[in-house]
Structure formats: C-alpha cells, structure tokens
Ligand binder design. Sequence first.
Ligand SMILES: Cc1ncc(C[n+]2csc(CCOP(=O)(O)OP(=O)(O)O)c2C)c(N)n1
Ligand code: SF4
Length: 281
Amino acid sequence: MNEIARITDFDVKDYLRLHLMPHFMCPGCGHGIALRSLLWAVHDLGIDRNRLAIVSGIGCSGRVGAYIDANTYHTTHGRPLAFATGLKLARPDLTVVVIAGDGDCLAIGGNHLIHACRRNLDLTCLMLNNEIYGMTGGQVSPTTAATRVTSTTPSGNAEPTFDACKLADAAGASFVGREVTRQAPALKNLIKSAIEHDGFSFVEVMTDCTEIYGRKNDLGESPEMILSQKCDMVPDGLGNAPDQPFRPNPMATGILARHARPEYGRTYRDRAADLRAEKGR
Ligand SMILES: Cc1ncc(C[n+]2csc(CCOP(=O)(O)OP(=O)(O)O)c2C)c(N)n1
Ligand code: SF4
C-alpha cells in the first residue's frame, strides 16, 4: 500500500478515548503530533490494542498516554521504565511502549534509562523532548539548550546539554533514533522500526512546548517553532552531526544506532527454565 492510501486509511479517532476530549494540551503543542505518529505506527503495524500497553510518567508527556484507547498506565514521575520492565517481564506477549518527558527520562528517571538500555528488554521508549519541564511551569531540564531562558534560568541556561541518543547508545540500547515532529511520516516510520526491533529501543522525539519554552525564548507560535526544526536536522542518521558540547545543531535524525544483542526477557526465561530443569521442577 502506498503512503497516501495508508494516510487515508488511518483515522486517529479510532484509537483515542474520545470521551476524554477536549484534550488538555496547549494549542500547537508538539506532543499531539507525537501522539498521532505513535498511533499511526500502531495502525500500520496492525497491533491489536488488547495487546498494546502504553506506560507513561508524570508531565504533559505523561498525560499523552491517557488518551490512547488501549491498556494505559500513568505511573510516577521518572518511573515509567521501571514499571514497564515489570510489566513486560510478566507479560512478554504485550507490545509495551513507554512515553516519557525529557525531565522524566533524563533527570529523575535517568538511572532507570541507563539500566533499561543496558538490560535490553524488548521495550520501546519514546522520549518527548520539549527541552523543558512543561507541566510544572517551565523549569530547566537536562536537554534545555545552552543560553535558553527558563523559569529557573532567567539569565539563560549555562549547563551543558545531554545528547540523549549518545547516552542511550553508550549505555547499550540496541536501537536508537531521533526525529522531529515536523516530519510526522518519518517519525511514524521510525516508531514502527523501533517497535519492530527485538530489544530496547530508544526514540528521542523533538517536540515543541509552544506555551512556555516558545514564549520565554521568543520563538514564535507553533508554525514558527516547527519550521525552525528544519535548520536543526540532518536526515538519515549517524555520523552526520558534528560534535557539539551542547545540543547538537544540526541534529542527526533517523535511525542512529542498531546493534544485535540478546533480548533480556528471553535470556531471563531461558535461564529460569534451565534452572528448573536442573532441579527437576
Ligand atoms: C517524584 C516527583 N517529583 C517531581 C514531580 C513534579 N513534576 C511533575 S511533572 C514534572 C516535570 C515534567 O517535565 P518533563 O518530564 O520534561 O515533561 P513535560 O511536562 O515537559 O512533557 C515534575 C518535576 C512529581 N510529580 N513527582
Ligand atoms: S505546557 Fe508546553 S508541553 Fe505542556 S501542553 Fe502546554 S505546550 Fe505542551
């Protein structure tokens, strides 16, 4: 089926809890495009929603999961990966997708992220990177770009910025990718590849917090913010982004790393079966 046919075949409303509408997101918030791209990927892959589990933390990003008409879990801030790990180990038949914010995933939940990467359980983590703590009023986050103004850095952020994809790759994630919300079809395809990947997949989604980050930094309205993503990106992956101490600019997008590594869930179950056989149980 070509892309146009697939677009018309996909109706996001089929996958939403419409009784929760209108949603809480500010006009122009990039999180909505991320949500739509995820559901489009789920549709393309033909995933049965009874076997789809969405786990999110606290934050504007965390609220995104609640609108999906599937099994959804709204967990504590920073802990969606820990919760998802238990869920996937108990129910390996489920497709488990984590939606986390950049604060959720890299600050309070940073430890869980590095160990999820190292462990390589078959989970997909979508980190919605709006470069700020959106829900709590715009405090600095580990991905806030250098010199940007936030409510806790009124004179401009002086801290170096995490390149989350390099971090995930170094920690052992077997699939790493990044995409911008400007490129929704490419984002959908990246999410599909991440879900299909057998192991831990990390996808950084560059989204826009129009109401807080955009306003504080005079970045314009949503169209201007989305258009500016074009200057920031280098399509098709690894090796294109020059080394930068702060947020990489231009940013490499697409699949940035893919490694063949044993999937943790299978290894764990095989070892448990061996042990049971050894003990005659
Ligand atoms: C344990 C804990 N610490 C702090 C908070 C307060 N809190 C709620 S959301 C949030 C930050 C959200 O930022 P981010 O994860 O980047 O997501 P966004 O809202 O930007 O999508 C914080 C600090 C909390 N709810 N729980
Ligand atoms: S505060 Fe920012 S991240 Fe949160 S819904 Fe509004 S625009 Fe989106």
